[in-house]
Design a protein around this ligand. Structure first.
Ligand code: MSP
Length: 523
């Protein structure tokens, strides 16, 4: 058994909508984290999937004149396609309409019932179908015309029906104690403070079943009721591992989750309801919930009515797959909100990938091809400059990047990597191997060796972000395919002089703006 395990989850996506950049963002972040951990020696389980029950899906299906099951079958595929398009390395794709999942949800319900946390009463209050959330009167806001709305701006309706309740109020103090004892449970810290003050403000019991529609998991013993979609959805994180069979290999190996990655809008469900459900059912709580920020598009909120939603395919078509993945992870501090702008995407991708990293590889490999018979040159004694650069690019860089991954600071991990890219470019300019060709070919060989070795290390460390492009870079320095995990960083596994390299080929083409394309008669 591997000692180091890592279980990571995306939210499961509602199937009322096509995938967009928001979904792509969470999924890519989880993919980058999963790949990093695998390369760093962990046994990883990466779960994603679709959330297919609830009133929102019923309404969408009605609008489209489809049965809910047919709608969910059709739309769920779009999310699988998104994963293929974005080169996502998930280990499992769960659907809440899976039979095994449904029985797991009934099992956790029974546990909560046995614990005395479920009772039947009547719900009279506000509900937002768009948010699939209940709101207290005091939480609502009014629009310009005086109409009541959810704090998210979603429409609300008054609901009165018989309903089961989960005794959330009973868990208030235990939750506060749990946050206190587990300071890393909610990240980033600003979000943790928000949740704590929400819980301190007082928790009402939660309505956990509905009777006005039947598209959901039936309440055991009272089939008139279907469960509140969030009880159903959150349970996916354990049903995926075989719950209620807590002695199954998957459950024993991977639960508790190391991180549930979520957007800030759904933090409350994950950081308040979910641990309360689990504690009630006697299941260990997850280690961390990380809430990331939201993207706006060209300064505006993304919405179907404005028509400014960006599909994952648009990103890949416009910038290239790895370029898009890079941009999503580099542009904004993970945890904060940010804006997607075409101009900024072009500038960043061209500057960081085509120019900085791409040129470094291209210049080094072209010179090796031309001036070293296409073979890794044999280095002479290393100077202080050589040693300094090699020292920065190897295990030291790995340690720095690992530290940032531990904090989910993907953007800072990339900053650290690009600091080395920049140092390597300064090095090539100051060492000027093209000039050494005429004066000192032995020294030229040393410089090009140092650069190839730095590129090998950079290729290794960028794999989680840009798996395809990193693979091509590693091919070009002929790093063996079995020698690409992070244990191969640093000088212990340095390139072997004399190895023949394939002909160099650019990995990050410069992307032309629409104007440039027009000028060249391409658009
Ligand atoms: N089905 C629930 C999750 C259940 S998990 C047990 C759900 N689904 S969702 O499809 O509406 O949203 C999924 C994720 O997409 C959320 O984490 C949300 O924050 C994220 N995003 C949606 N729009 C977004 C942006 N504009 N920017 C970044 N992320 C966004 O909620």
């Amino acid at each position: 058994m591997t000692a180091k395990k890592f279980y990571i989850t995306t939210p499961i996506y509602y199937v009322n909508d096509k995938p967009h950049i928001g979904h792509a963002y969470t999924t890519v972040a989880c993919d980058v984290m999963s790949r990093f951990k695998r390369l760093d020696g962990y046994d990883v389980w990466f779960l994603t999937g679709t959330d297919e029950h609830g009133q929102k899906i019923v309404q969408t299906a009605e609008k489209q004149g489809m049965a809910p099951q047919a709608l969910t079958d059709a739309v769920s595929v779009n999310f699988r396609d998104m994963n293929a398009l974005l080169n996502i390395s998930n280990d499992q794709f769960i659907r809440t309409t899976d039979e095994a999942h449904k029985s797991a949800v009934q099992a956790i319900w029974k546990k909560m019932e046995e614990a005395g946390d479920i009772y039947l009463d009547k719900y009279a209050g506000w509900y937002s179908v768009r948010d699939e959330a209940y709101y207290g009167d005091d939480e609502l806001i009014t629009d310009a015309s005086g109409k009541k709305m959810a704090p998210t701006g979603a429409p609300v309706e008054w609901v009165e029906e018989e309903s089961y309740f989960f005794r959330l109020s009973k868990w208030q103090d235990r939750l506060l104690d749990f946050y206190e004892r587990n300071p890393d449970f909610i990240q980033p810290v600003s979000r943790r403070n928000e949740v704590i003050s929400f819980v301190k403000g007082g928790l009402r019991d939660l309505s956990v079943s509905r009777t006005t529609f039947d598209w959901g998991v039936k309440v055991p013993g009272n089939e008139k009721h279907v469960m509140y979609v969030w009880v159903d959805a959150l349970t996916n994180y354990i049903s995926a591992l075989g719950y209620p069979d807590v002695s199954s290999k998957a459950f024993k190996t991977f639960w508790p989750a190391d991180v549930h990655m979520v957007g800030k809008d759904i933090l409350r469900f994950h950081a308040v309801y979910w641990p309360a459900f689990l504690m009630s059912a006697g299941v260990v709580t997850p280690k961390c919930v990380f809430a990331h920020g939201w993207w706006t598009v060209e300064g505006q909120k993304m919405s179907k009515s404005i028509g400014n939603t960006i599909a994952p395919k648009d990103l890949v078509d416009n910038y290239g797959l790895d370029q898009a993945r890079y941009f999503l992870m580099r542009e904004i501090a993970f945890g904060s909100d940010g804006d997607f702008s075409q101009a900024q995407a072009l500038t960043r991708i061209n500057a960081d990938l085509a120019n900085a990293f791409g040129n470094l590889c291209q210049r080094t490999l072209a010179q090796i091809a031309k001036n070293c018979e296409g073979k890794i040159p044999t280095p002479g004694a290393f100077t202080d400059d050589d040693k300094a650069l090699l020292g920065k690019a190897g295990t030291k860089l790995l340690a720095e990047v690992r530290e940032e991954f531990d904090k989910f600071a993907f953007h800072r991990a990339l900053e650290k990597i690009w600091a080395v890219v920049s140092d390597a470019n300064i090095y090539i300019d100051s060492q000027a191997p093209w000039a050494l060709k005429k004066t000192d070919t032995a020294r030229m060989g040393t410089v090009l060796y140092v650069l190839a070795e730095v590129i090998r290390n950079l290729g290794l460390i960028v794999q989680p972000f840009m798996p395809g492009s990193a693979g091509k870079i590693l091919d070009q320095v002929s790093a063996a395919t079995g020698e690409r995990d992070f244990s191969f960083m640093g000088d212990k596994h340095a390139l072997k002089p004399g190895t023949t390299l394939p002909a160099p080929a650019g990995v990050f083409p410069r992307i032309l703006s629409e104007e440039e394309q027009k000028k060249r008669g391409m658009a």
